[in-house]
Structures are given as structure tokens and as C-alpha cells.
Write a protein that binds this ligand. Structure first.
Ligand code: NAG
Ligand code: NAG
Ligand code: NAG
Length: 238
């Protein structure tokens, strides 16, 4: 069968138009915390402090910016825990960005528990699910709106992290406060996640106030820092 050239051209144009239209209709939820001087900081009563300041000159205003790689919304790399990786120069720059973009499931953790083995199992996360964001009481408690660090935040227990490593295919673990691990288990949980050969990446301190549980597409791009962690801009597309 011979297909007229005009029809092929119309089909091609139609495809291009559809792509453009898709971008315009994107429903974007920004899940990044704004970076501000009074934002809370890990283990601090007083918050981040003077991390960002802008100076008026004769013709321009210029900003200066200096902060912890773990402040605000950020990704952790294996080099955060494993010094030999850091020495080999395996940093945020070497992350596979495909881990940080794609289909994601937002799951709501019950209010009365940290993320234990039982909690991870209760969600029946299917094989094939690569990215999950855990929305917890941290969001409902509005912990990121208070300047003082809240040590009793919700996060993974060591056994919860091991369950996720062993019995799921998750490579992207999002959470809504400063650490994916509950207080007291910080090193062991990061070891369990970042030490696995699958290359599991914690994406910490996401802003989930406006996010309902369900499937989305996530796009997270970290600053290209030659460091063990980096601030990230993350969005969900509904
Ligand atoms: C802002 O940053 C500049 C450059 O680092 C510094 O000279 C200035 O003192 C800072 N201002 C404040 C209020 O910290
Ligand atoms: C997980 O599976 C169990 C057993 O089939 C079921 O009782 C439970 O409701 C499921 N949980 C979710 C969150 O789907
Ligand atoms: C989670 O663990 C922390 C200790 O790290 C504790 O303070 C907090 O109460 C626990 N949260 C819940 C909901 O059990």
C-alpha cells in the first residue's frame, strides 16, 4: 500500500504538536523546600543561620551563598558514608540521573510508627517499583516550619531499611524531613541503603504538604557538586 506523503507529514506534525501540548499542560508540584536563613538544620536549635545574603552595590545586587550540602532538599551519595568512594572521586557528579527521574509512588506512613520492616511490608510494594516517596507525620507536624530541629522525627529503622534493600527493587527513597533514618539509626540506615550494589539514593527533606499519596512522575536534578551530597530541585508531575 502506498501512503501519500501529505498524510505522513500530517502525522509527523501531529506528533510534534502533541508533545508540545503535553509540556504546556503539565501539572507541576514543587516538592523542594525554599532555601532561607531561618530554615531548620540538623541537630541545631537556631537553624541554618546566615547562609544567604544579598548586598546592594552601586548598580547591582549580588548574593553570597554558603551552606551544608545536607541542608534543605538534597540527595546523598555512597561517598557520604564510604570514605573510599569519596577518595576515588565518586560523588554527586557520578550519580545516574535516571535514578532521580521517572515513575514514583507516594506512600503515606501511619502516624504512630517509624518505618520498620512491618511498615515496609504492609504497603505490598510490587517488584518493578523503582521510586518511592514516604510521606510521614513529619509533614503533618510541619517540622520544616519550625526553626528548632525536632529529634523525634519519623524515619527508617535499620530493619526497615534492610527490608527495603532485600525485598523491593527501590532505587530512590524520598522522605519528608532531614534524614531518611530515624534519629539514632542514621549511620546504620545510610550504610544499609547506600552500601547496596543496586545504588539506592536517599532524597531527603522533600516538601510534601500539597502531595496526596499515589503515582506521579518525579524529576530531581542535584547541583553538580563534586561532593558526597548536593541540594536538589525536585518536582512531581501529576
Ligand atoms: C554577606 O556576605 C558578604 C560576602 O561574604 C560579607 O562580606 C558580608 O559581611 C555578609 N553580610 C552579612 C550580613 O553577613
Ligand atoms: C497488602 O496485602 C495484604 C494481604 O494480601 C492485604 O491485607 C493488605 O490490605 C494489603 N495492603 C495494601 C496497602 O494494599
Ligand atoms: C521514631 O523514632 C524516634 C527515635 O529515633 C522517636 O523519637 C519517635 O518517637 C519515633 N516515632 C514514632 C511515631 O514512633
Amino acid at each position: 500500500m502506498k501512503i501519500p506523503f501529505g498524510i505522513i507529514l500530517l502525522l509527523l506534525l501531529g506528533t510534534v504538536a502533541a508533545t508540545v501540548e503535553n509540556f504546556d499542560s503539565w501539572n507541576i508540584i514543587d516538592i523542594t523546600h525554599p532555601i532561607r536563613n531561618d530554615m531548620p538544620s540538623f541537630d541545631s536549635k537556631k537553624g541554618a543561620g546566615n547562609i544567604l545574603n544579598e548586598t546592594y552595590g552601586a548598580f547591582t545586587v549580588t548574593g553570597n551563598f554558603r551552606m551544608s550540602t545536607h541542608l534543605g532538599s538534597h540527595v546523598d551519595c555512597p561517598a557520604h558514608i564510604f570514605q573510599e568512594q569519596h577518595e576515588r572521586g565518586v560523588t554527586v557528579d557520578s550519580l545516574d540521573l535516571r535514578t532521580l527521574m521517572g515513575p514514583v509512588l507516594v506512600i503515606e506512613v501511619p502516624p504512630d510508627t517509624n518505618i520498620t520492616t512491618e511498615v515496609v511490608r504492609s504497603f505490598n510494594i510490587s517488584q518493578g517499583v523503582k521510586r518511592v516517596i514516604f510521606k510521614t507525620q513529619n509533614t503533618n507536624r510541619k517540622l520544616m516550619q519550625q526553626q528548632e530541629f525536632a529529634g523525634d522525627y519519623t524515619g527508617f529503622t535499620v530493619d526497615g531499611a534492610q527490608e527495603l534493600v532485600k525485598n523491593t527493587e527501590i532505587k530512590f527513597v524520598g522522605i519528608d524531613y532531614m534524614s531518611v533514618a530515624r534519629n539514632g539509626d542514621v549511620v546504620a540506615v545510610h550504610q544499609a541503603l547506600l552500601g547496596d550494589s543496586r545504588g539506592i539514593i536517599p532524597v531527603e527533606n522533600l516538601k510534601l504538604d500539597d502531595v496526596k499519596p499515589g503515582p506521579y512522575t518525579v524529576y530531581c536534578l542535584p547541583l553538580r557538586l563534586l561532593a558526597e551530597a548536593a541540594p536538589v530541585r525536585c518536582i512531581l508531575v501529576a
